[in-house]
Design a protein around this ligand. Structure first.
Ligand code: AGP
Length: 604
């Protein structure tokens, strides 16, 4: 996610901007910049790359201005580049804007502004904000910002300075976080508390729709144009905890960010009961595609397992899921009617990149599903669907995986819709259920305490099993990997129907087993498999939809909100993420940086 900082007070703003941005580096970024206001002029210095690039550029400057805004950019619209870095000027360099989020209607706004003579430099959605402020400014920046936010759709945290109003910064928050730090004779602005914690622990946490005007002595907050009395929030966290938003680990923060990540990934793609995937407009021979391969590694591969079922179920196209390091050497059968979907959070995984190139060499069209704009897979693939999970810091993938699943559903539904396999009514039912998922995930997260208690029992064990059939088996594999990679408990994910062909021999008294049973049409079969392991002494936790009474058959029950069985993976994986997390905590593992592992495996 992008990072925003701002300062107004008696000190030079530039060094404070850089210091604040350095505290936001954990959010991930690909460029950085600041705008400093002095002598009624706005000076913008920005650079592609790391913050160090900006720092060395600033060494050549003598910026003493005491009002400034700054930004670290996590590219969404427009590749990482100097031109696309924030802040952005208007035509007359009378204003500077920084922004975190997505302006959904920026293209139509940009077209109109260009027709009115505005000159754009970047590919970003953000730049339209600077020109809108320029167009509508009539001498009051606060009033102008109120007017401009009425013209834009989307998610935004935005800060603006005006050369003719050197005594204030105006900012607004909608869906992207923004806090105002209150100092003595100085005030601060940031996307997140860590950036200002060194200077103040008194903050206003802006809520959606709130606009703030900040001078060095006074902060006023408005909601729907009316000034409000804002409650002061006293920060008690230390700096490290602040980066984690008060959570003890990035992994737990990212697990709880999943509803927001899902909403961000679905935003603008589920309209009027249909799927809108502009990214797929250049797909070739959509009606001739007769094979889809999902190719990835680790957790991303587990998303591909779900993708396979989704595409076969909805679009009725033969599909396979392949581990990238296997796919690339098995001489896969590929031609120009093959679509290969590579899935990669980082977009830099060596095996996945190699598999993608192998597929392209054999004539396949390649779609990349990735969380990083400008990553290698996004640059080399023919098509890209971005997940909008925001930077994922913990090595163990959670919110990126969940948004990969969201992308699988969007993609499968798109294929079915475009090939006329589903009626508009069927598509509408599924899109309605997809829109409900973020709220359902929030409901599942409310069971964290129950899962934590279960995890404390699991933490005492050295082996565990995850079993299920169909999509439940796909999720079982992700649950097993989560547990292994952070708690170091050995776990097996097994197709429930396959246990009796050998692995049942490993089921001993008290061994913990999670049995996923969300797929109604094979529920009875799974119940039989649960009885098999129960009969041999396993301690079984059943994972079912609310209202399914499995309590007589298992020892513990985790219930997830009802949804279309095809969509169950998005809900059933969340308790398994929590189970792994709490088991790892109970075993004093290094949850965010587990032994032997890297966040992005860029070597084969
Ligand atoms: C996820 O929990 C693991 N850390 C790992 O399996 C990861 O999913 C895999 O390395 C693929 O990474 P990518 O999505 O960045 O390609």
């Amino acid at each position: 996610m992008c990072g925003i900082v701002g300062y107004i007070g008696p000190k030079p703003a530039a060094p404070l901007m850089v210091e604040g941005l350095s505290k936001l580096e954990y959010r991930g970024y690909d460029s950085a910049g600041i705008a400093i206001l002095e002598d009624h002029q706005i000076e913008i210095i920005k650079r592609k790359g790391r913050l160090a690039e900006l720092v060395s550029a600033l060494e050549a400057q003598d910026l003493t201005g005491k009002v400034g805004i700054g930004h670290t950019r996590w590219a969404t619209h427009g590749k990482p580049s100097h031109e696309n870095a924030h802040p952005h000027y208007d035509c007359s360099k009378s204003f500077a804007v920084v922004h975190n989020g997505i302006i959904e209607n920026y293209q139509e706004i940009k077209k109109k502004l260009i027709a009115e003579g505005h000159k754009f430099i970047s590919e970003t959605d953000t730049e339209v904000l600077a020109h809108l402020v320029e167009k509508h400014y009539k001498g009051d920046l606060l009033q102008t910002v109120h007017h401009v936010i009425g013209l834009i759709d989307g998610a935004y945290a935005m800060a603006v300075i005006a050369k003719d109003e050197p005594e204030r910064i105006v900012c607004v928050r909608k869906d992207s976080p923004l806090v105002v730090g209150l100092g003595e004779g100085e005030n601060f602005l940031a996307s997140d508390i860590p950036a200002i914690l060194k200077h103040t622990r008194k903050v206003f946490l802006l809520e959606d729709g709130e606009v703030a005007t900040i001078t060095k002595d006074v902060v006023e907050v408005y909601q729907k144009g009316e000034k409000i009395d804002k409650e002061l929030f006293k920060v008690t966290w230390d700096a490290e905890a602040a980066e984690k938003g008060g959570y003890p680990h990035f992994m737990l923060k990212e697990i709880f960010e999943q509803p927001r990540a899902l909403r961000a990934t679905f935003k603008g793609r589920l309209n009027n009961g249909a799927v809108t995937l502009d990214e797929m407009r250049d797909i070739k021979g959509l009606d001739k595609i007769n094979k889809v391969y999902f190719v990835a590694c680790g957790t991303a591969y587990h998303a591909g397992l779900v993708g396979k079922d989704v595409v076969e179920n909805l679009a009725r196209i033969p599909a396979e899921a392949d581990i990238a390091s296997e796919f690339r050497y098995r001489d896969p059968i590929i031609d120009d009617k093959t679509l290969v979907v590579v899935i990669s959070q980082s977009g830099e995984t060596a095996d996945t990149l190699a598999a993608m190139r192998e597929a392209q060499n054999k004539g396949a069209q390649v779609l990349a599903v990735t969380n990083v704009v400008g990553s290698s897979v996004s640059r080399e693939a023919d098509l890209v669907i971005y997940t909008w999970a925001g930077p994922e810091i913990a090595v163990a993938s959670t919110k990126a995986y969940l948004t990969q699943l969201a992308a699988m559903y969007l993609f499968g539904l798109f294929l079915a819709q475009e090939r006329g396999i589903l009626t508009p009514k069927q598509t509408s039912e599924i899109t309605k259920a997809l829109r409900e998922l973020p709220g359902h995930v929030e409901t599942v997260l409310e069971q964290a305490g129950k899962v934590e208690r279960l995890a404390h029992e699991w933490a005492k064990r050295e082996n565990a099993f995850f079993i299920g059939r169909g999509l439940d088996w796909a999720v079982a594999q992700e649950g097993s990997l989560k547990l292994k990679e952070i708690s170091y408990i050995h776990a097996e994910a097994y197709a429930a129907g396959e246990l009796k062909h050998g692995t049942l021999a490993l089921i001993t008294e008290g061994i913990p087993v999670v049995a996923l049973a969300t797929q109604g049409r094979i529920y009875d079969k799974t119940i039989s498999n649960i009885k098999e392991v129960k009969a041999r002494g396993a301690h079984v936790t059943g994972l079912v939809f609310e209202g399914v009474d499995i309590s007589e058959t298992v020892d513990e029950v985790i219930a997830i909100p009802n949804t279309i069985p095809l969509l169950a993976p998005i809900l059933s994986v969340v308790p398994l993420q929590l189970l792994a997390y709490y088991a790892a905590i109970a075993r004093d593992s290094d949850v965010d940086k587990p032994r032997n592992l890297a966040k992005s495996v860029t070597v084969e």
